[in-house]
Design a binder for this molecule. Structure first.
Ligand SMILES: Cc1cc2nc3c(=O)[nH]c(=O)nc-3n(C[C@H](O)[C@H](O)[C@H](O)COP(=O)(O)O)c2cc1C
Length: 186
């Protein structure tokens, strides 16, 4: 299998007005270009229905998300920390599907205004991923003090993030390939 066959969308996990996570998601998307990951940016705003639509309910408003999740071989989730938790809209989105996630890997990028880079939200969301039978990567990338991290052109001011992204993508690709092979062998 060629890694180019592996489709892993970057999920921008907040719909907040003036969200700074969008800069992070765009940076993460750009960094994938140095890898063989086939991806696209997916904005929660483009999928929200305004209420929870459980996976077992047939509803046209959930179809686009379910189709995307089905097609994906893994996920890169950009999640800001809100009061140590994840945004409600990300949870509503994720709850629209279930089996489509099973046995696929997920990589987390935490975003925070503070110095802990979303470490708490990353640990908070992991048990939810387990319930979806997603395989959560041990590594995560933590975007601290995000208000100062990008210049006006959206360029990251700390180049060391490039190495952290590479470590995360290497791990994600390993799992994506192994799990896809295993899913297809069933
Ligand atoms: C409702 C809310 C709660 C927040 N709670 C935290 C927090 O617990 N820890 C933290 O470091 N930053 C916190 N922040 C700051 C966000 O992490 C910050 O806005 C950052 O830019 C990422 O979120 P954004 O994409 O909405 O901008 C909070 C922001 C909001 C809107």
């Amino acid at each position: 299998m060629d890694n180019n066959d592996l489709f892993m969308p970057v999920i921008l996990g907040t719909a907040r007005k003036d969200r700074q996570s969008e800069q992070v998601a765009r940076y993460v998307l750009n960094e994938t270009e140095k890898t063989e990951i086939n991806t696209e940016l997916v904005d929660v705003r483009d999928h929200l229905a305004g209420e929870t639509i459980p996976a077992w309910v047939d509803d046209d408003r959930a179809s686009k998300w379910r189709e995307l999740v089905s097609r994906a071989d893994g996920f890169i989730i950009v999640v800001p920390e809100y009061n140590h938790g994840y945004p409600g809209e990300l949870k509503m989105l994720m709850d629209m599907a279930y089996k489509e996630y099973n046995r696929k890997p997920a990589a987390l990028c935490g975003v925070a205004g503070g110095g802990l880079g979303g470490a708490r939200v990353v640990e908070n969301i992991r048990p939810v991923l387990v319930e979806f039978e997603l395989v959560s990567m041990r590594n995560a990338v933590y975007f601290s003090n995000v208000g100062d991290l990008f210049n006006e052109q959206g360029k990251i001011q700390d180049e060391s993030y490039g190495d952290r992204m590479k470590t995360l993508f290497d791990e994600l690709l390993w799992y994506a390939k192994a799990l896809k092979t295993a899913r297809e062998a069933k």
